[in-house]
Design a binder for this molecule. Structure first.
Ligand SMILES: [Ca+2]
Length: 331
């Protein structure tokens, strides 16, 4: 039965990848979504429940908000079928806001993400355009340097981040400081083939790009897409997961865990993997994965052994039963 399901998924995916260029280029699908379908909500540690909504065409909404121009800014972007109310989004913004060290924006494009995958893929452009307008608002109204911006995008959100990075380069001549790709989406980006690096996350999209691959070759990219690429447990399957969606979301959980415990994950260069396999990890240099990834880490690809320890630092974790039932989150 599983073989049939996998075959069916492959056929559907292949049809989707064939349809996408037709739909995009021939404008069979010509719906242009309203720009206000993309919301920007700013959270502050003083109140983790209530946000300040920022309107990209209205500078006064920014001036009246709790935005602190002296702090760096982190912006979380979800992917297909998600919104700002999914548990990992809530937990990540709370963990970041509680740190008190940054402005935390959540991009909510749920009005455009609850459609077919192909439609959502096409909607990436309007989301990226609107997020670019938000960054321009920060630059023009508050003098914010793009080097202080950190985009954190899961799945399609990772690819939207790349699109924003390209737009900011073109419009401001500046690079965004950092993009973190959390298992950036592969279907219609990396496969069936990469049309252009403009379409996908790559190291030119920000001054520093770090990527955590947890469902590589399936829902997430397998190709290294950053200056530093992490492949926890080999990068494709994660402990306790049955379905790909579970592996895919683990990237978010690992990142959340790293916010709460920045030295939790020890990453080793793949160049040292033979030594690591011989049990000589104590003699090898290790590097942080997650929130503390930084440009001082030698660029390249990294292996990280992740066991259940990380779960004590995440509340909205996926489980084995979630994987079976496709009820992804614990209540
Ligand atoms: Ca790119």
């Amino acid at each position: 039965m599983w073989l049939k399901i996998v075959t069916l998924v492959c056929i559907i995916s292949e049809i989707g990848s064939l349809l996408y260029p037709l739909v995009r280029d021939n404008q069979v699908y010509n719906y242009v979504p309203p720009e206000n379908d993309v919301e920007f909500n700013l959270y502050h540690r003083d109140d983790l429940e209530v946000s300040d909504r920022i309107y990209v065409e209205d500078g006064s909404s920014l001036n009246k908000s709790r935005f602190d121009a002296y702090l760096p800014t982190k912006i979380i972007i979800h992917g297909w079928t998600h919104g700002d109310n999914v548990p990992w989004m809530i937990e990540m913004r709370e963990a970041l806001a509680q740190s008190g060290t940054c402005n935390v924006f959540v991009v909510d494009w749920s009005n455009l993400s609850h459609v077919t995958y192909i439609e959502a893929r096409i909607h990436n452009t309007v989301v990226a355009k609107q997020l670019t307008k938000l960054l321009l608002l920060l630059a023009y109204h508050r003098g914010i340097s793009m080097s202080s911006i950190h985009l954190i995008g899961h799945s399609m959100g990772g690819q939207i981040s790349a699109n924003v990075g390209m737009r900011i380069k073109n419009q401001l001549g500046q690079k965004i400081g950092r993009i973190t790709g959390l298992d950036p989406a592969a279907p219609l980006y990396e496969w069936p083939h990469i049309e252009s690096l403009d379409e996908i996350l790559d190291p030119t999209d920000a001054s520093f790009v770090d990527v955590i691959h947890t469902n590589a070759r399936h829902l997430g990219m397998v190709t290294p897409a950053g200056h530093v690429d992490y492949y926890p447990n080999g990068g494709d399957r994660q402990e306790g997961c049955i379905f790909w969606i579970c592996d895919h979301i683990r990237a978010c959980e690992y990142f959340i865990a790293s916010i709460r415990k920045p030295d939790l994950f020890n990453a080793f260069s793949y160049k040292d993997l033979n030594e690591y396999a011989r049990g000589r990890e104590s003699q090898l240099e290790s590097y942080p994965m997650g929130i503390n990834a930084n440009p001082e880490i030698p660029f390249g690809i990294y292996y990280v052994k992740v066991d259940d320890t990380y779960k004590q630092y995440v509340e909205s974790k996926t489980t084995l039963s979630d994987s079976y039932g496709l009820n992804i989150y614990h209540e």
